[in-house]
Design a protein around this ligand. Structure first.
Ligand code: FES
Length: 258
């Protein structure tokens, strides 16, 4: 019989200690750059309400739904009334948790790589136990799905000139679609629609839940893709509408006023 060998786990050897010989650092480095770039842009965008964020039928999704423009001040942006929902949803998302635990907290930086912080306690204690509020942010995010689609449909209707279409209309549609798919692929939504059941075939209701659960499971398998695609696209959508609204580029469209 082969003798058992005692192998010391990398996290006990020290920070960044590992037996891995591949480029394990590449993914956390790229994720760090991506999170910094895209979330950094969105943070700045929330406070950049003095740089026009709407024109004709287009409203930046960062400000959707537009609730209180009259309260705008240097220290207060109308986006602040609504961003707590999407920000809380993303910040507590299971995928983003893994992403920033690895790339920002380095805890651990990657599988089988030494942890920056000894004494891993997971999310069982304060403050990370607060991450459990994700399911409640999921309910809030579900409200934003139809609101974003209303904004996308409004992107085809100029307030003065009526129905038409432009490049921005389709950019807003894709933005609503990607954010919907990010929400519909949520792990908490998957549990919400299909969790807690011992037998899916008990009744028509549980069979219906099984069907919905199958759909959400299919979406959920690509949750990371939806997370990144929706994040990148909302940044590009906001940037595009601002560039058009401030006269830096021209939107090809069927209206005559811009
Ligand atoms: S797990 Fe990512 S949005 Fe819910």
């Amino acid at each position: 019989m082969a003798q058992s060998q005692a192998v010391t786990a990398p996290h006990r050897l020290g920070f960044l200690a590992t037996l891995r010989v591949d480029r394990w650092w590449l993914e956390p480095a790229l994720v760090l750059a991506g999170l910094g770039l895209f979330f950094g842009y969105l943070t700045v965008s929330i406070f950049l309400d003095s740089w026009a964020f709407e024109i004709g039928p287009y409203l930046s999704p960062v400000y959707e739904p537009k609730l209180a423009e009259e309260f705008a001040a240097p220290w207060f942006s109308p986006a602040m009334l609504i961003v707590w929902g999407p920000v809380g949803f993303r910040a507590t998302c299971y995928y983003y948790r893994m992403a920033y635990y690895r790339s920002i907290f380095l805890s651990p930086p990657a599988c089988a790589v030494g942890d920056a912080l000894p004494g891993y306690t997971g999310e069982s204690k304060f403050p990370f136990i607060i991450q459990n509020v994700h399911r409640f942010f999921m309910y809030v995010a579900l409200v934003f799905v139809p609101l974003l689609w209303i904004g996308a449909v409004r992107g085809f209707h100029h307030p003065d000139e009526g129905w038409g279409m432009g490049l921005g209309s389709f950019i807003l549609v894709l933005n609503a679609f990607l954010l919907m798919m990010y929400t519909f692929s949520c792990h908490s939504l998957r549990h919400f629609v299909g969790g807690g059941l011992d037998c899916f075939s008990q009744s028509a209701w549980t069979r219906t839940r099984k069907s919905v659960w199958d759909w959400v499971t299919t979406f959920n398998e690509r949750h990371r893709v939806w997370a990144w695609a929706s994040l990148i696209w909302i940044v590009l959508t906001d940037l595009y509408i601002r560039l058009v609204a401030n006269g830096h580029i021209t939107d090809p469209n069927t209206w005559s006023s811009f």
